[in-house]
Design a protein around this ligand. Structure first.
Ligand SMILES: Cc1cc2nc3c(=O)[nH]c(=O)nc-3n(C[C@H](O)[C@H](O)[C@H](O)COP(=O)(O)OP(=O)(O)OC[C@H]3O[C@@H](n4cnc5c(N)ncnc54)[C@H](O)[C@@H]3O)c2cc1C
Length: 284
């Protein structure tokens, strides 16, 4: 339980941090995932760049029809942000369901998405929100969609020398309603299955549906077959059930000590139906 020896730097500007990362160092954010992995020697970085003093990575800003969230924003700040509660309640609700208060106080949104645990909560919401990820290195800046960002278990589009600088989510239009429904793994709080739903009605019909799923497979995804099944419908109980049954179409479900693939698929249907029903009940 003792990490391998490593060098440590705590720069106070993004520019300095990126220069250090360019020479092969690994970023440290809240340390909630990286430090345990180092203690278990599952991660053995030779140099850590602590981003804690890079205050320019910690913000929640509304800009036009979007909200920008800096990578070093903690889960607690996301959960309690008046801007997000008003403009992107799905993300605030999701953050509130992460782990416990200690984890939410230390853990960051950038660290969570970069770690890409297949059972992490944010990816479901970020898929449903069609979030954009701004990645920066000493040499370039680029923007990646949520669909392209999450590649596989513990694997993202972030390349060596790059960090996540911010995530951009939509400021919800009036009439859009959301809900995050999660089956909790009781020891850790991670999601055995997590379903994030965004819906909008117009003239009594569902005009827009986005469904993000985490926990079921190696990577989070959008359940497009279920989204398409809802669109244009009134949202009756039967229609919701039919859409929920499509939530894992084309997806290989994971099996582990917490839940078999069959059980995960069963949970996904039940909780997709609940999440859709809850979101629809809020969409007027
Ligand atoms: C007891 C416990 C319970 C938890 N329960 C949950 C839960 O219920 N749901 C959930 O979703 N999560 C849960 N977590 C994980 C938690 O959300 C962590 O905060 C998160 O996984 C990592 O964030 P961090 O800021 O601590 O990152 P770190 O641990 O510091 O870093 C994680 C990884 O991301 C990299 N990294 C960090 N920041 C960046 C960046 N800006 N750009 C690129 N790479 C970066 C690091 O190099 C490292 O590889 C739990 C953790 C613990 C310890």
């Amino acid at each position: 339980m003792i990490p391998q020896k490593f060098e440590y730097a705590a720069p106070d500007s993004l520019k300095s941090a990126l220069q250090l990362l360019d020479s092969g160092a690994k970023p440290l954010a809240g340390g909630m995932s990286l430090i345990p992995m180092m203690k278990l020697r599952l991660a053995t970085p030779e140099q850590l760049v602590d981003l804690a003093k890079v205050t320019e990575l910690s913000y929640i800003r509304e800009s036009g029809n979007s909200v920008h969230i800096g990578a070093m924003t903690t889960h607690y700040e996301v959960e309690t942000s008046p801007v997000l509660i008003r403009k992107c309640p799905l993300l605030a609700q999701t953050a509130a369901e992460i782990g416990d208060l200690q984890v939410r106080n230390r853990g960051t949104v950038g660290g969570s998405v970069a770690h890409a645990d297949p059972s992490a909560d944010y990816p479901a919401a970020l898929q449903a929100l069609e979030a954009k990820f701004v990645l920066v290195s000493a040499h370039r800046e680029r923007t990646v969609s949520a669909g392209d960002f999450f590649v596989d278990a513990f694997t993202t589009a972030v390349e060596p020398g790059e960090i996540v600088r911010e995530m951009i989510v939509p400021a919800e239009e009036a009439g859009t309603a959301t809900f995050y429904e999660k089956v909790v793994q009781p020891a850790s709080g991670f999601a055995i299955v997590g379903i994030a739903v965004r819906v909008r009605r117009s003239s009594g019909k569902i005009s827009f549906a986005r469904i993000g799923v985490t926990g079921l497979s190696n990577r989070s995804y959008r359940a497009t077959a279920a989204e398409n099944a809802l669109t244009g419908k009134s949202g009756s109980a039967d229609e919701v059930q039919q859409a929920a049954a499509l939530v894992f179409q084309g997806i290989d479900a994971n099996s582990d000590l917490h839940a078999s693939a069959d059980y995960r698929r069963h949970l996904a249907i039940v909780h997709a139906a609940r999440a859709i029903t809850m979101a629809l009940s809020r969409a007027v």
